[in-house]
Design a protein around this ligand. Structure first.
Ligand code: AMP
Ligand code: ZN
Length: 503
């Protein structure tokens, strides 16, 4: 019996607002699509939370024995400033500000995104399609929506007709918005701009003067609307009906609502069977966002070089901090919570490290009760993970196992009484859940075990892997001294670029 039959997954479906048993489209397979980043700026820790939540979900499906196809896109065109239909493209704007080609911006921030994902041990998806790489598919998608009568062309742009769609469908089924009400409120405004109704959204926009990114289409030289790429690429790689579509809560409306409408408008099918939304990382109750000034970057977090941070925290401490809450609850950032997470992470990994130092189990009369008790602690971790991916509760079971490991280390006679098969099961899955599902790894203890130093070291080690490092970067004197003591020489260069050597 496979693990997924033993521990069937239930998950909260944002579409039905119910917790449901997961039934894949194809037995033993999971097809999942998660909205990726718009690559026009550095990712902040809030973004990391969403991608880590889905990383754990994907990792767990794999661990249970499913064959997973995980598609996470890169938005490299069409996402306009303010998430609206008019205005500058976020990437084009950044290109103008940095005096670079739009595709240089895309490459730069895609690289940065990948570095951050690696730092937090977030696995790459199976396919990472880009919007600009799928212009043809998006044009075909629009043609079908027009043929079905759910979109209209106006002066070279194409808009989705929400009013028409809503006559026979429910625009609002995901977000719970009352669109009839919204439509009647917008009636007077209808037709004041290119759109027939303000609720309509762009599928294709004609490139107006000076717009840098544009492609030929049957309607105009232009570019696709922001919502369209996800419909076109999820359909291409996962099919018209697939298992799970995920993203942050803030994408429910309009982005995901629009995706469902586009999918149905094109192909009469709404895409995913299950919609999952990760909740926001907040600071003092406010969503972490670049525009709020509370969205620090991972580098700032690791070095402690930000006004919100008392000191630096390592990547695994942060990963652990995020695992301590359920993905669908908000998580408030605080130094106190991170320091608690740091202790928890170290405690769990200390038990983990003892495993390899323990002697053989099952060398004397077996204590069945203790053997079964330990096995059921591991099963509890599985049951909690299968219950809507409750990492917080699973960690509680793992801590229990950890404290038994500590006891066995102190008193090996107790381990001798463990049934060998039960102990193998416990060891295998204690290790497996920690490393493969939760994605935690041992962090090298830097000299002095100063966590800011550990943080800075992990940045440096990570950067060394990628050979190139050029961004504005400041190290506090304390970290600079600690790094020096650890044999790492920092050399500032003009323009705030930093180079370093490691002895
Ligand atoms: P963006 O590049 O802005 O489209 O965001 C990429 C992903 O990060 C999306 O899934 C957002 O929902 C998510 N996100 C943005 N801010 C936060 C936050 N404060 N907490 C959690 N997820 C976030
Ligand atoms: Zn999307």
């Amino acid at each position: 019996m496979s693990l997924y039959e033993q521990f069937p997954v239930t998950l909260t479906n944002s579409l039905t607002k119910k917790k449901e048993q997961f039934e894949p489209v194809v037995a033993g397979h999971v097809g999942i699509y998660v909205c990726g980043p718009t690559v026009y700026s550095d990712v902040h820790l809030g973004n990391v939370r969403t991608f880590q939540s889905f990383d754990v979900i994907v990792r767990y499906f794999k661990y249970l024995g499913y064959k997973v196809r995980y598609v996470r896109n890169i938005t490299d065109v069409g996402h306009l400033v303010g998430d609206v239909d008019d205005g500058e493209d976020k990437i084009a704007k950044r290109a103008r500000l940095e005096a670079l080609e739009p595709m240089e911006i895309v490459q730069k921030y895609t690289n940065g995104f990948h570095d951050v994902m690696r730092l937090f041990n977030i696995q790459p998806p199976s396919i990472e399609p880009t919007a600009t790489g799928h212009i043809v598919e998006q044009i075909e998608f629009i043609k079908k929506i027009i043929d079905n009568g759910y979109a209209y062309e106006k002066d070279g742009s194409v808009y989705f007709d929400v009013r028409k769609y809503n006559e026979s469908n429910n625009y609002g089924e995901l977000s719970g918005r009352n669109v009839d009400e919204m439509l009647s409120n917008t009636r007077e405004l209808a037709g004041q701009d290119q759109k027939e109704d303000p609720l309509d959204f762009a599928l294709w926009k004609k490139a107006e003067g000076g717009h840098l990114m544009h492609w030929p289409s049957p309607w105009s030289e232009g570019f696709p609307g922001w919502h369209l790429e996800c419909s076109a690429m999820s359909t291409k790689y996962l099919g018209q009906i697939f298992d799970i579509h995920g993203g942050g809560m803030d994408l429910k409306f309009p982005h995901h609502e629009a995706e469902i409408a586009q999918n149905k408008g094109c192909c009469q099918k709404g895409g995913a069977n299950y919609w999952m939304h990760g909740n926001m990382l907040t600071v003092n109750g406010r969503k972490m966002a670049k525009s709020e000034g509370n969205g620090f970057t991972p580098e700032e977090l690791l070095t402690g070089n930000h006004k919100l941070l008392e000191r630096g925290y390592s990547a695994m401490t942060v990963r652990f901090f995020m695992l301590m809450s359920h993905y669908a609850s908000t998580l408030d950032f605080s130094n106190a919570a991170l320091q608690a997470a740091e202790k928890g992470y170290k405690r769990l990994m200390a038990s983990f490290a003892l495993l390899d130092k323990l002697p053989e189990a099952g060398t004397t009369t077996i204590n069945e009760v203790r053997s079964n008790e330990l096995k059921s602690l591991i099963n509890d971790a599985f049951l909690n993970l299968s219950d809507d991916f409750n990492t917080a509760k699973a960690l509680a079971s793992l801590f229990e196992v950890g404290s038994r490991i500590n006891t066995f280390y102190q008193d090996p006679d107790q381990l001798a009484e463990m049934d060998k098969e039960a102990w193998d099961y416990v060891m295998t899955h204690f290790k497996g859940i920690i490393t493969e599902v939760l994605g935690l790894r041992q962090e090298a203890e830097a000299s002095g075990s100063n966590s800011a130093l550990e943080g800075a070291m992990s940045v440096l080690i990570e950067l060394r892997k990628h050979a190139k490092f050029s961004k504005n970067y400041e190290l506090s004197d304390k970290i600079r001294d600690d790094l020096k003591a650890a044999g790492i020489q920092i050399k500032d260069e003009k323009g705030g670029e930093m180079s370093y050597t490691i002895d």
